[in-house]
Design a binder for this molecule. Sequence first.
Ligand SMILES: *[C@@H]1O[C@H](CO)[C@@H](O)[C@H](O)[C@H]1NC(C)=O
Ligand SMILES: *[C@@H]1O[C@H](CO)[C@@H](O)[C@H](O)[C@H]1NC(C)=O
Ligand SMILES: *[C@@H]1O[C@H](CO)[C@@H](O)[C@H](O)[C@H]1NC(C)=O
Ligand SMILES: *[C@@H]1O[C@H](CO)[C@@H](O)[C@H](O)[C@H]1NC(C)=O
Ligand SMILES: *[C@@H]1O[C@H](CO)[C@@H](O)[C@H](O)[C@H]1NC(C)=O
Length: 517
Amino acid sequence: MRKLLFGFVVLLYGCFSVDGAKILTYCPSISKSHVLICAKYADALHNAGHDSVLFIPTYAEALNTFDGAKHAKVWRLLNVTAAYDAKFDSYASIMEDTHIGFLDRMSNDVYFWMDMCEDILKQFHRLQYLADYKFDIGIFNDVDPCNPAIVKALNISKTVLLSTEPIMDKIAWDLGLPILPSYVPSMEENPNHDRMGFFERMSNAYKYFQSIVIHYLQDRKMANLFRNYISPDFPSIMEIIRNVSVVFVNTDEMFDITRAYSQKFVFVGMLEAEKSKNETLPEKLDKYFSKGKLGSVFVSFGTVTPFRVLPERIQLSVFNAIKKLPDYHFVVKTIIDDTTTAELFAGVPNVDLVNWVPQTAILNHPNLRMFVSHGGQNSVLETMHHGIPMVIMPVFTDQFRNGKNVERRGAGKMVLRQTVVNETFFEAMNEVLTDERYTKGAKRTSQLMKNRPFTPEERVTKWVNFIMAHDTSEQFHLESNSFTFIEHNQLDIFFVFVLLPFITFVVYRRFFKSKAI
Ligand SMILES: *[C@@H]1O[C@H](CO)[C@@H](O)[C@H](O)[C@H]1NC(C)=O
Ligand SMILES: *[C@@H]1O[C@H](CO)[C@@H](O)[C@H](O)[C@H]1NC(C)=O
Ligand SMILES: *[C@@H]1O[C@H](CO)[C@@H](O)[C@H](O)[C@H]1NC(C)=O
Ligand SMILES: *[C@@H]1O[C@H](CO)[C@@H](O)[C@H](O)[C@H]1NC(C)=O
Ligand SMILES: *[C@@H]1O[C@H](CO)[C@@H](O)[C@H](O)[C@H]1NC(C)=O
């Protein structure tokens, strides 16, 4: 009897508890910030009591030893591909191009992820231990369309999509969200926000069209790879994406543009924001940021485009701004061995150069007045969370949108790199520093982000527990998934109620007229 009772209790426990689910976060090392985002999710799930594994196939060799995760297990696949680093070498020149157009995207984006993915597929047996571990949930990210397909090929039944940036057009499309380029800015290479005039709406619709075409071609090529290497009846990437249980969007609805979405989307926001509150700077950096009569300014354009690779006219514009703002102290991030930038700033008293910085600690510094950046998603979220106004010069993908978002929330200004001349940075920086509205806008956004209901950690762990216990992948299916373009846009209804009466009217008039004559 006691045994029976015990069995019953165990059974009950098994039904209602989701303790110790095995969760895989699949995350190729495409950049440090990317690995870091994945790591935060893996850590949050570890801290919630799950067996959380962050799996990193190496794309960028420089990240071979960068775990990001402090608590979750980190497993790696080393020596998989040389393709990524080779591609990246040619990427630095992107700053010189003033515009990334449709043809560039067709020739670069469509093929971009294929080589790395094929390299992994050639050695797919090296991933067998992941399949054998029998994960309950697989979390993948959507930037590289290889990721969802790999997780599918590992036979992990429940999946979660981690959108490391605002919802991508392709994800919205795959999940059947209404297509509304009238006010939803297309995600990539697009400096528009939700308030657009006629020509902006036109350009936005075109960008949206580009996005869908490119991702369609990308997904088709990707699925063909898996059909070659894994199984001839491998599903489409779209079908895999449609079956996710939930989408974690790594942005904050208090900051991001308001748009329509479905129950499958959970806006997480910044994980570990609370922890960063107490971070302080090492003494040397603290000294740098304490200089400046009216405050200090941090300038960093990210790892892909360190200061030295910026076109000369942009470097000079920043240089000019710094010289014309002597009451502020500037800390400029460069890379090790960057002697050109050191020479440029030699003799300018209100500048210090640094090559490594703990960014959240900088944002905590009481003397910091502004952050000048390329507008990467992580940086922007962190900066907004800390209530620091920004000047943003986007480089690619979602950074334009992030910059526009900051403008939209009244927390800074965006500078388009093709328009930069000598005075551009001075004008933008001076305005943001001297007009109080920007600081107020940043503080207001920060308050909303800090006080929004439910912490990012709660959102992630409670949803994961929920989908462990229940199957939601079909529950949240938008019916529009199964619609044709005509049905989705009600073109048939439009025909019946508008076009048909109009045609009937015209025909009738002709008939009536001819009878009257
Ligand atoms: C990766 O390749 C390098 C040389 O190409 C080799 O030294 C190293 O042992 C390899 N590592 C693994 C884990 O295979
Ligand atoms: C996934 O499941 C299929 C069908 O059961 C099987 O053929 C395949 O080997 C499995 N894949 C892995 C990586 O174990
Ligand atoms: C998606 O879910 C449906 C319904 O559960 C299932 O029939 C289909 O095989 C799934 N497709 C993939 C790619 O997982
Ligand atoms: C930060 O510091 C305060 C006061 O020293 C402390 O009460 C709090 O627990 C710390 N928070 C974290 C996340 O460490
Ligand atoms: C930029 O403007 C400053 C004055 O604001 C001037 O001294 C400098 O020569 C200008 N540089 C160029 C390259 O035009």
